[in-house]
Unconditional design. Structure first.
Ligand code: FE2
Length: 224
């Protein structure tokens, strides 16, 4: 039996922030490598959760048939709030984006889990989308890759959609979209223990490859 407490989420105070300006997107993408102090423990922790769908199954969902897509939420109590990655990243994101008055820090230690039951179809990409809040404002996406199996492998793809592309349907009903609808601008490697920060208004999607038939993709997610 394993035992965990809140300190597994301590962040690495020595980690370094870097960024790259992407001309085509007119946005900077921020990276923090080696962001957690105990990433292997966090991976082990999230791996112990069952995969439960976080979306309501409407119609003919493929979730549970072609893939398993779920989200796990931590119930570990907040021990030292100031040491929490969420708290510190929230401050950083407010500073980066000049939003000092944002007050939307939630206790949302959550991880996305994704596992393929069937091979990815050819020439398709997984559900490119944008993320907005309830007031239709772009959120800031904070994603941390937590698979020790991945060094320079699939992470997140950033796209520009073709002007005539219209998103229809639902992620779990028709998740695979013809790649000709998008120009891939950046493929962010899912390097173990790397955090990436970017505006949710950028069209993006997880980069799926058949390696996710071998192990569950685990990424920690935060929306600010
Ligand atoms: Fe997203």
């Amino acid at each position: 039996m394993k035992f965990y407490n809140d300190s597994i989420f301590d962040f690495n105070k020595e980690c370094l922030l870097s960024s790259v300006y992407v001309e085509e997107l007119k946005e900077k993408i921020y990276f923090i490598d080696d962001v957690f102090l105990h990433p292997h423990q966090i991976y082990e922790y999230w791996s112990s959760f069952p995969i439960k769908s976080h979306k309501v199954c409407i119609g003919e969902t493929l979730n549970g048939k072609d893939f398993m897509d779920g989200r796990a939420k931590s119930e570990l109590p907040l021990d030292n709030y100031n040491n929490l990655l969420e708290f510190n990243i929230h401050k950083l994101v407010k500073r980066i984006y000049g939003k000092e008055n944002w007050d939307n820090l939630r206790d949302t230690r959550a991880a996305n889990q994704f596992y393929l039951l069937k091979n990815c179809p050819e020439n398709k990409v997984w559900w490119p989308h944008s993320d907005f809040d309830n007031e239709n404002k772009s959120v800031i996406n904070v994603i941390t890759y937590l698979n020790p199996q991945i060094k320079n492998g699939p992470g997140t793809s950033l796209y520009i959609s073709n002007p005539n592309y219209k998103q229809i349907g639902f992620e779990h009903i028709n998740p695979w979209i013809d790649e000709t609808n998008f120009k891939q601008i950046l493929s962010i490697f899912g390097y173990f223990n790397r955090m990436v920060i970017f505006p949710g208004s950028i069209t993006h999607g997880m980069t799926v490859s058949n390696i996710f038939k071998n192990f569950v993709r685990i990424v920690q997610v935060q929306f600010i």
